[in-house]
Design a protein around this ligand. Structure first.
Ligand SMILES: [Fe+2]
Length: 159
């Protein structure tokens, strides 16, 4: 991609990093609201913070190489990332007030992880760069694990 595209794409990646941080904060609120599963929530909140760091590193790679070796994978709307982050922040506020709890809270977390996978947030850059691809794979793998975990919690909380 061109240098200008690399700058634009890096900006979108930074928005994605911000959304991962918002998810991390949501999960810290869930940790406070869900004493039985506090430690697990804290652990996955930590994973989201790592994802944010890795995505920032990915943006850094794009910029450092001026887009060389990277292509636009799929068209991506930065506004969609911002809307996602806004929604996550609303969820955080609702968890803090107790408006969202228990099974609904698990369903929301499951939905967030699913949205990250389904919207393929991590696939809008195409590259053969091994380092970049390794980070994407780690994020996708952990996101899938979170989704599976939330699915189990929804089930355990009953229909
Ligand atoms: Fe996650």
């Amino acid at each position: 991609m061109t240098e200008a595209e690399a700058r634009e794409t890096a900006k979108t990646l930074m928005l994605m990093a911000a959304s991962e941080l918002a998810v991390g904060r949501l999960y810290m609120a869930c940790a406070k609201a869900d004493d039985d599963r506090r430690e697990v929530w804290e652990r996955i909140a930590g994973a989201e913070r790592n994802h944010a760091k890795w995505i920032e590193a990915m943006a850094g790679m794009l910029l450092a190489r001026n887009g060389e070796g990277f292509r636009i994978g799929r068209k991506f709307e930065p506004k969609a990332v911002e809307a996602f982050t806004d929604e996550v922040r609303k969820n955080e506020a609702d968890v803090q007030t107790g408006a969202i709890k228990g099974r609904v809270m698990y369903m929301i977390a499951r939905g967030i992880e699913a949205a990250l996978l389904e919207d393929r947030f991590f696939e809008f850059v195409a590259t053969e760069d091994e380092e970049y691809k390794k980070l994407v794979t780690r994020i996708v793998t952990e996101t899938r694990q979170h989704q599976t975990l939330m699915q189990a919690w929804v089930k355990a909380a009953g229909a």
